[in-house]
Design a protein around this ligand. Structure first.
Ligand SMILES: [Zn+2]
Length: 78
């Protein structure tokens, strides 16, 4: 696992083993986010899913979650 300079915390440390999603956002996370911020992001996702009662089989719910991930990590929208 290579070190990344994380755009969220500014530290250079161990990144992710692999992209968490098979899309452009997943690749961006793997390139720009450290493993520790990603762990925080996963906990945030659980809270968002519970708070908004997201049903992730629903496209709209997936969009809400994806936006919250981008906002949390500071990744630009495409
Ligand atoms: Zn970080």
């Amino acid at each position: 696992m290579a070190d990344v300079t994380c755009i969220r915390c500014g530290q250079t440390r161990a990144g992710l083993d692999r992209a968490p999603y098979p899309d452009a956002m997943g690749r961006e996370i793997a390139e720009k986010i450290c493993g520790s911020c990603w762990e925080e992001c996963k906990r945030m996702q659980v809270m968002v899913i519970n708070e908004y009662r997201l049903d992730l089989s629903d496209t709209r719910a997936q969009e809400i979650l994806e936006k919250s991930i981008r906002d949390f990590l500071g990744i630009e929208s495409e």
